[in-house]
Design a protein around this ligand. Structure first.
Ligand SMILES: [Zn+2]
Length: 274
């Protein structure tokens, strides 16, 4: 006997996807397919804790197709982040920069509007989806979009053509939760984020298959400014040089400063919008 090849059936056996860092039951996971185009309607549910946040963030490096929490999340040193900062503006290290760059991820409790009888789920997204939702909430244009009675559904249209493009729209019309039980099913999202393992990051860094970059410290200090100068031809070489020479502690601090500056800019934009 022989049968026709069925891609859908075969896909269930791989290729192996990124291992999920957030361990959660299948029925609790709201999945947005990264392989095919589709439309989704969900409701972002209200904060589950007294802190009043609806979407905690975490920072990962994807190494060997697996996500690893970045130690800077707990204020520790991260060799990958340090190197990323050192090489990201130099085009010759583009492939290495792509391999080690940190990614921000966000978790939200959501309800599947198209399956109102289902249990509340958890959605994990990147900044491209989190950003517009946060903006919609902060502008106050629609009021509190998380509200159970007068909140707003979120539409996501994903187009996959070689690369993934997402369109996010907040329903301009307020609505009640499709399932009022969802608010009683909120999960402690911070509790889903595992502990940072600094040791594993150290060992992964030690064995990382760099494509162009030379992690040997003696090479790094001598060659970085020399290579940067002729290749990029940018007048301000000062930041690159300064970064290379900064001790690890200061780099972690400057990373936090980046985040604070980003937050301040968003707050200013929010105030200006009012
Ligand atoms: Zn890192």
């Amino acid at each position: 006997m022989a049968f026709t090849y069925k891609k859908d059936a075969q896909d269930k056996h791989g290729p192996v996807e990124f291992d999920a860092l957030i361990k959660i039951d299948k029925e609790r996971r709201y999945l947005i397919d990264s392989k095919k185009s589709g439309e989704y309607v969900f409701r972002v549910l209200m904060p589950w804790s007294i802190e009043g946040i609806f979407a905690p963030s975490f920072k990962v490096h994807y190494l060997n197709k697996k996500p690893y929490l970045c130690p800077t999340m707990i204020g520790a040193n991260c060799d990958f982040c340090n190197t990323h900062r050192e090489i990201r503006s130099d085009p010759q290290y583009e492939a290495d920069t792509r391999d080690v760059r940190p990614s921000y991820r966000y978790l939200m409790n959501v309800g599947d509007v198209r399956e109102p009888t289902s249990i509340a789920k958890v959605l994990e997204v990147g900044p491209q989806i989190y950003g517009p939702i946060k903006t919609a909430q902060d502008t106050g244009f629609y009021g509190d979009i998380l509200d159970g009675t007068n909140g707003h559904n979120v539409y996501l249209k994903r187009t996959v053509q070689g690369k993934v493009a997402d369109q996010i729209l907040v329903d301009p019309k307020p609505s009640k939760l499709a399932n009022p039980e969802w608010e009683n099913q909120l999960l402690d999202l911070c509790g889903l984020i595992p502990e940072v393992d600094e040791e594993i990051i150290k060992s992964l860094y030690a064995s990382h298959p760099w494509k162009v970059y030379e992690p040997n410290p003696t090479h790094r200090v001598v060659s970085a400014p020399v290579k940067t100068q002729p290749t990029v031809g940018l007048p301000p070489q000062v930041p690159t040089t300064t970064l290379v020479q900064q001790p690890a502690a200061t780099e972690t601090l400057s990373n936090n400063e980046d985040q604070v500056a980003d937050l301040m800019a968003r707050l200013k934009a929010k105030q200006a919008g009012k």
